[in-house]
Design a protein around this ligand. Structure first.
Ligand SMILES: Cc1ncc(COP(=O)(O)O)c(C=O)c1O
Ligand SMILES: N[C@@H](CCOP(=O)(O)O)C(=O)O
Length: 405
């Protein structure tokens, strides 16, 4: 399949054989550009309409020629959430639960493509900086591919389940005395100097895997497009990737419209929301981001420019929520719909509620909230926000008291 990399700022082109993360001329972010006429000619539309969703169902739209490094990612459930819809006050609400991926987050979609690309390019080691989920996914796909992985984490700020995954799957785990943004700057430098393949979302191939969330949403809605997609935003790759997916389906004539991409951050870490509200083209980095949602504790999102463009061109918006609001949404998802998510993921639902309450989102819209990671990723947060269990003597009287009083 024919494709190349194009700078979103100066338009410079780069060949697919190059190991490159940003534009060599202006340092702008890169996009993967395909020959869509060619794809259209060869696409098996019957299969597209009937085969069950998974990342590799859409391989005609993915830049990998080898047998992919895969542990069956994608194909996550799209739940219709009527009780939650009623509470929030929208007509039709769906939750795309990316926590149901093999490693428990949407990062698997990016890593199956990213690690496959590393192998295709002949790279022998992979690396990333991470707030946790990227490192878990990289460790697992690195293990599956049989190559070493190196992960840089902000010391003391990563949820337990994620560190456990990175360690057990054999990554070299390095704690940085700094935040995620410091770790990302460091790993980018390391990968420029050494033959180590960088698999953060600044790598455009990572995002190609993540765009399949858009394909699956359309697929699971019977080839209908929702009015709006709401999702958490951290390093801002996912909102960009999903927007690209919806655009590609329109380009290929599979759908005829795109949803409004709506990004949610927390009040303690919201550079994109501030830029959106100021109608700015780029962010002002935040030096000390802080939130209970450690996955999106990011002050200098690497994909900010792409994300702001995606929000603007899709007619979407950006909003921030408090930690208290996201914890309430996390409980609503869990207790009204049986959907267990980690704190960052719940910002999508908290943000939707805030925007509906403010009259900025119409009650008549069909909305998809993306929940990005599983509840079990961050058990410490769960314990800290839920009521403690009661302990009683092992007799029926004590039990009755505990159950009925
Ligand atoms: C659970 C979870 N949700 C949301 C995000 C934000 O995604 P993105 O960085 O692509 O904006 C991340 C990572 O950043 C994450 O781990
Ligand atoms: N939440 C992310 C932050 C890194 O984002 P990435 O998309 O650039 O890898 C994580 O899980 O580490």
């Amino acid at each position: 399949m024919d494709y190349y990399l194009k700078c979103i700022e100066c338009g410079a082109d780069f060949d697919k054989t190059e190991i490159i993360y940003t534009c060599r001329k202006c340092d702008g972010l890169l996009d993967v550009i395909y020959d869509y006429d060619e794809i259209k000619k060869n696409m098996d539309m019957e299969k597209l309409k009937t085969a069950p969703p998974s990342v590799w169902k859409y391989k005609d739209l993915l830049p990998i020629a080898i047998e992919p490094v895969s542990i069956r990612e994608g194909g996550t459930p799209l739940y219709k959430c009527d009780r939650l819809a009623k509470k929030i006050g929208v007509k039709e609400l769906y939750v795309k639960h990316e926590g149901m991926n093999p490693t428990g987050s949407f990062k698997d979609r990016g890593m199956t493509v990213g690690v496959s690309k590393a192998i295709e390019l002949g790279m022998k080691t992979v690396a990333c900086a991470s707030t946790g989920n990227t490192s878990a996914a990289l460790a697992i796909y690195g293990a599956k591919a049989g190559i070493p992985s190196v992960v840089l984490l902000p010391a003391g700020k990563v949820a337990l389940g994620k560190i456990g995954q990175a360690l057990m799957h054999g990554a070299k785990v390095i704690m940085i005395k700094g935040n995620f943004d410091d770790a990302l700057a460091l790993v980018r430098e390391l990968c420029e100097q050494e033959p180590i393949y960088l698999l953060n979302s600044v790598n455009p191939y990572r995002l190609e895997g993540q765009k399949t969330i858009a394909f699956e949403i359309v697929d699971q809605l019977g080839f209908k497009v929702p009015d709006r997609v709401v999702l958490p935003v951290g390093n801002a790759g996912n909102i960009t990737a999903i927007n690209k997916g919806f655009k590609e389906f329109v380009t290929l004539g599979i759908t005829d419209k795109r949803p409004k991409m709506t990004g949610i951050q927390t009040e303690g870490a919201c550079p994109i929301v501030k830029a959106y509200k100021a109608d700015a083209d780029d962010i002002t980095p935040e030096k000390n981001p802080e939130t209970i949602a450690t996955a999106i504790r990011i002050g200098d999102p690497v994909n900010a420019r792409k994300a702001l463009i995606a929000i603007k061109e899709s007619g979407g918006m950006a909003e921030s929520v408090t930690d208290a609001e996201l914890v309430q949404a996390q409980k609503d998802l869990a207790q009204l719909e049986g959907i267990g998510v980690e704190p960052a993921s719940a910002t999508s639902v908290a943000g939707l509620k805030k925007l509906v309450d403010a009259g900025l989102i119409s009650k008549d819209e069909t909305v998809v909230c993306v929940t990005t990671g599983h509840l079990l990723k961050d058990p410490e947060e769960v314990i800290s926000v839920c009521t403690e269990p009661v302990t009683v003597e092992a007799n029926l009287e004590a039990l009755r008291k505990a159950v009925f009083e």
